[in-house]
Design a protein around this ligand. Structure first.
Ligand SMILES: *[C@@H]1O[C@H](CO)[C@@H](O)[C@H](O)[C@H]1NC(C)=O
Ligand SMILES: *[C@@H]1O[C@H](CO)[C@@H](O)[C@H](O)[C@H]1NC(C)=O
Ligand SMILES: *[C@@H]1O[C@H](CO)[C@@H](O)[C@H](O)[C@H]1NC(C)=O
Length: 254
């Protein structure tokens, strides 16, 4: 077929094409190659999900125990802040309270022994049960932040719920923490912690996109926001700013 015949055929088959091509020079397979071309070719709607494929969030898993001071510092100072500042599509967080605990099967029931004693086991259990009850990270993380940043991790559940998640039932969470449901959740956390590769040597133990290295751990502790900003492949969130992570200011001399 002669080229002229093909063109005539195309015009016949696609009567709308004439209007769409005004000011639109590139061939159709390039219409989504830039937002400007998409606008010129009136193809914005069709290109919406072609021009910017969704970037995967950076996945951060925190293996911790409720009373360890360095865990509390990281969760309160680094993780909570980064989560507040970053959009949900940039950061996905998994919390695994268990840490350096040990478990024993005592005649068919799991019993736990925690590095900082029974109160830490209770704190781990309350947080595991809270996550289980609330399901939604945006609901339970502020409550965990409230517990971990306060004077007592185990005594403030009702107060923290009242402020951050009044729709949750503190009684159900406490019952879970005392019962078989809590033990099953904690056993699961024990399995997740024991499955770490390399195995954890301390807590907080930070895993980023499935990986733990000394370097990632150091970067996360120095500036988690900066680390997430550097790893996230999507459009840079506002909070990432232009100049990367801010350095901690010098102390105040007297
Ligand atoms: C774009 O979105 C449409 C409708 O939601 C979907 O059918 C199509 O598979 C998407 N294309 C790509 C490349 O994701
Ligand atoms: C725990 O111990 C009981 C008996 O004491 C046994 O029947 C059960 O299989 C054990 N469970 C596991 C997971 O080891
Ligand atoms: C979780 O809660 C937030 C804030 O209330 C809400 O925007 C989001 O859609 C919820 N996510 C799910 C999966 O329910």
């Amino acid at each position: 077929m002669a080229p002229a015949t093909l063109l005539a055929l195309a015009a016949l088959l696609a009567p709308g094409l004439g209007a769409a091509t005004r000011g639109c020079d590139p061939p159709a397979h390039l219409w989504c190659s830039s937002p400007e071309i998409a606008v010129a070719c009136q193809a914005e709607r069709r290109c919406a999900n072609l021009s910017r494929p969704a970037a995967a969030p950076v996945e951060l898993s925190l293996f911790y125990e409720s009373l360890c001071p360095a865990c509390r510092w990281f969760l309160v100072q680094q993780l909570f802040t980064a989560w507040l500042l970053l959009p949900a599509e940039a950061l996905s967080v998994t919390l695994v309270p268990y840490g350096n605990a040990a478990e024993r099967n005592v005649s068919g029931k799991w019993e736990f022994e925690c590095q900082h004693g029974p109160e830490e086991c209770l704190g781990n259990m309350l947080e595991a049960c809270l996550m289980h009850e609330a399901k939604n990270f945006s609901t339970y993380f502020p409550v965990i932040f409230c517990l971990e940043s306060g004077s007592s991790v185990t005594k403030n559940l009702e107060a923290c719920l009242q402020v951050y998640a009044p729709q949750l039932d503190g009684g159900r969470i406490a019952a879970c923490a005392r019962g078989d449901a809590g033990a099953a959740l904690m056993h699961r956390n024990a399995q997740l912690t024991e499955a770490l590769d390399p195995p954890h040597e301390y807590v907080p133990w930070i895993v980023v996109n499935g990986k733990h290295t000394d370097e990632l751990q150091e970067q996360a502790e120095a500036s988690l926001l900066g680390l997430i900003c550097s790893l996230y492949q999507g459009e840079k969130p506002k909070a990432c700013g232009g100049s990367g992570a801010a350095k901690a200011p010098a102390g105040c001399r007297r």
